[in-house]
Design a protein around this ligand. Sequence first.
Ligand code: 5AD
Ligand code: SF4
Length: 469
Amino acid sequence: MSKRENVNVTNEEIENQKRIIRLVAEINAGSEKFAFVETYGCAQNVNDSERLLGMLEEMGYKKTDDKNKADVIIYNTCAVRENAELKVFGNIGALKALKRAKPSLIIGVCGCMMQQEHIVEQIKKRYKHVDIVFGTHSLYRFPEIFYNAENFHERVIEFVNEDGKIAENLPMHRDNSPLAGVSVMYGCNNFCTYCIVPYVRGRERSRMKEDIMKEVKNLAENGVKEIMLLGQNVNSYGKDIDGYIDFPDLLNEVSKADGIERIRFMTSHPKDLSDKLIDVMAQNKKVCKQLHLPIQCGSDKILKAMNRKYTSEQYLEKIRKVKEKIPNVTLTTDIIVGFPGEDNDDFEHTMEVLKTVRYDSVFSFIYSKRHGTPAEKMEDVLTKEEKKKNFDRMLELQNIISAEKNKEYDGKEFDILVEGESKTNPDFMTGRTDGGKIVNFKGEKSLVGKIVRVKITNAHTWSLSGELV
Ligand code: 5AD
Ligand code: SF4
């Protein structure tokens, strides 16, 4: 157990933060204050923002979507690609006028970008209107950081370079949704050569099963029907705890929670996808028949340079097994186009994989150089224009495949978990099939959180339309 004591933030420390939360709440008592939190990037970041908002709510701040109304503005940032970083810098710059008009406004930036020293330096020097800066490892210390900035009118910049800890029992804000994300582990040990995540999220650390189950049961009691188990590589779950249960067993455990009808998970690294996991997916009715398995590239030369630790053939063998055991499985993947050293021939291998697997959808990205990663120093073969051309060709191919795959749904009936109103038409509800396909259909708001039978009447590239049976 001693190993865990080093990983979990101590109870004393959590209690200390909670004491500060109560202190701020007392100061705020009687006044109406608002917090604006914007999240960039992945589901893990969304989960972190729920924690931030949870702490802010207990401190007496109401959530708002209007920056002008806010007393606190926080950007929870993503460092995976440069685009996201540039957007954050632009948005922070744009807050200058707001701060001038309302000097009491507290502006904070946190998350993965702030876990990089060169970015923190940039914020310190060029964005003087930012009051608080803290990285992913300091999230649980937000109450103290916030209190110091607010109360002593000082800039608080916290940069801790460590492997990262687990903070349990922090307050959490949940939207009124039948879906919820639950982190099962944090960090990553894989060091794919293009990726910043291991540097900003630290080493792999699994939450104790009991803590996960407590959270899941609590969510179920509050009306949640579908759980998304989150981790950078969920297949590594439990490997850092001696004699612990593995991810497939955890899935079975979570499925025993009353009220939880569906379980999904993200992300699996192909090298660690076990037969046992495939079997549990096939056998456990509550585990959705949906698998996100990022291949990144179809060329073995590039996969090696990416340090992915599998060949395209090994990957395809796993896909064959998955399809054989779970015939109606929905498959998705991530692809990086234009990794250093990738030539047009390598790229054709990726196109071949798309044609072979026929994914339901693909999340594709043009390679973005990340500071401090091994790939930063690798040389490009293709020009920016050539990469873009390949990227567009790939999208074109995948759009055809996605549309064809959706067409197979036409005329068939599916169980849909209703998530809420459709964004485009309030008379329509939106939900998903077990495989995760979005379905829009005419229906009442009272259906939210229920599983209903819908017949598909129209298949589009990205979604399906249907009617209640
Ligand atoms: N450039 C482009 N895409 C990246 N990803 C991770 N790092 C980079 C990068 N430097 C993509 C991978 C990963 C997804 C979450 O983001 O495809 O699976
Ligand atoms: Fe990044 Fe690779 Fe870890 Fe995924 S497995 S977070 S791509 S280093």
